[in-house]
Design a protein around this ligand. Structure first.
Ligand SMILES: Cc1ncc(COP(=O)(O)O)c(C=O)c1O
Length: 338
């Protein structure tokens, strides 16, 4: 099977498994797992941030950040497509009792003026207190779209001027950094907290890291325990994450190149409608005419190619490190034959 359903489907490589077997471990709830400590420090240093917290998922790092930054009744400003709102099981309400101000951004990206206009008047008792702005980069439902860093800085300025905290859901942040030749440190300077996923394009089987200053991470560590996310000898899985950070970032450029090649094949077909601009490893495209999105996905499956229909008319293909050049070529040939 050539599996384009998500970049979460990757399996650990032999070298990654080796790193896992060799990992020294200890009880992380006591702070004694050397591999987790190494991963948290490594990730924090990469971004020039003070501390990190290893968690089981990106949902957990995002939800812990929201809980740590807010009080019940506060409001969070985010794009309507954002993962924290759409795909985290209503966790903002469930875990943090906060409301949400949704912004209709451009493929998942908000502007500084949209954020500024969404801030409630702190003196109006009718309104929830605006507390946190959360961005997603790359934006998953935006088709892996990337923020322009100047736009991020402009939003940061709005946050500073209005005493708002600033969180980044960086599940695929390294895709944006590689695609735009950016540096991790510039993100570390811009945000109060960042969530990075190790289990997406970077190819680890599990795990995310939440980054922030020491007091924030101390608070986050307590919340992780309350959420049932304190793990014991989890260095065995953290080793895969550390390996991923040390070895699998630069190669994301190859996934972006593969995504472009597949996009070019799609562009030749008259039953393919709008393709969202492909900036990284995600291709979201409209299927029209002789196939519905679901029928197109089924046709691909007959050829051992897996993709997802994300709406009645749209299909998503996600390229990742288990997709080889040969698989890309086979996919192109199959698309050409339809
Ligand atoms: C943008 C974004 N944020 C957060 C997550 C959550 O990650 P996890 O599946 O590890 O909970 C995902 C998962 O796909 C995602 O795409």
């Amino acid at each position: 099977m050539i599996d384009f359903r998500s970049d979460t489907v990757t399996k650990p490589s032999q070298a990654m498994l080796e790193a896992m077997i060799q990992a020294p471990v200890g009880d992380d709830v006591f702070g004694e797992d050397p591999t987790i400590n190494a991963l948290e420090n490594y990730a924090a240093n990469m971004f020039g941030m003070e501390a990190g917290l290893y968690c089981s998922s990106g949902t957990m790092t995002n939800q812990i950040a929201i809980k740590a930054h807010t009080q019940p009744g506060d409001e969070i400003i985010c794009d309507v497509m954002s993962h924290i709102y759409q795909y985290e099981g209503g966790g903002i309400g469930f875990n943090s009792s906060c409301s949400v101000k949704l912004i209709n951004g451009n493929r998942g990206r908000m502007t500084a003026s949209q954020v500024a206009e969404s801030i409630n008047n702190i003196h109006d008792v009718h309104k929830p207190i605006s507390k946190l702005v959360s961005l997603e980069n790359t934006a998953n439902r935006g088709g892996g779209s990337c923020y322009n860093f100047d736009d991020i800085k402009a939003i940061q300025q709005v946050c500073t001027n209005n005493q708002l905290l600033f969180h980044l859901d960086g599940a695929r942040l390294f895709n944006a950094i590689v695609a735009n030749n950016e540096r991790t440190e510039q993100y570390g300077k811009a945000f109060d907290s960042i969530s990075i996923c190790l289990s997406k394009g970077l190819g680890a089987p599990v795990g995310s890291v939440l980054l922030g200053n020491k007091s924030f991470i101390q608070k986050a560590r307590r919340i992780r325990k309350v959420f049932g996310g304190g793990m014991r000898q989890a260095g065995i899985i953290a080793a895969a994450g550390l390996y991923a950070l040390q070895n699998n970032i630069d190669r994301l450029a190859q996934d972006h190149h593969h995504a472009q090649l597949i996009t070019q094949a799609l562009q030749q077909k008259d039953f393919i409608g709008e393709i969202l601009p492909v900036e990284t490893n995600i291709i979201i495209f409209e299927v029209k005419g002789k196939y519905t999105a679901q029928q197109f996905v089924e046709k691909l499956k007959e050829e051992n190619i897996l993709a997802i229909a994300i709406s009645p008319s749209q299909v998503r293909i996600v390229v990742h490190l288990d997709i080889t050049e040969n698989m890309v070529q086979k996919t192109i040939d199959v698309i050409k034959s339809f």
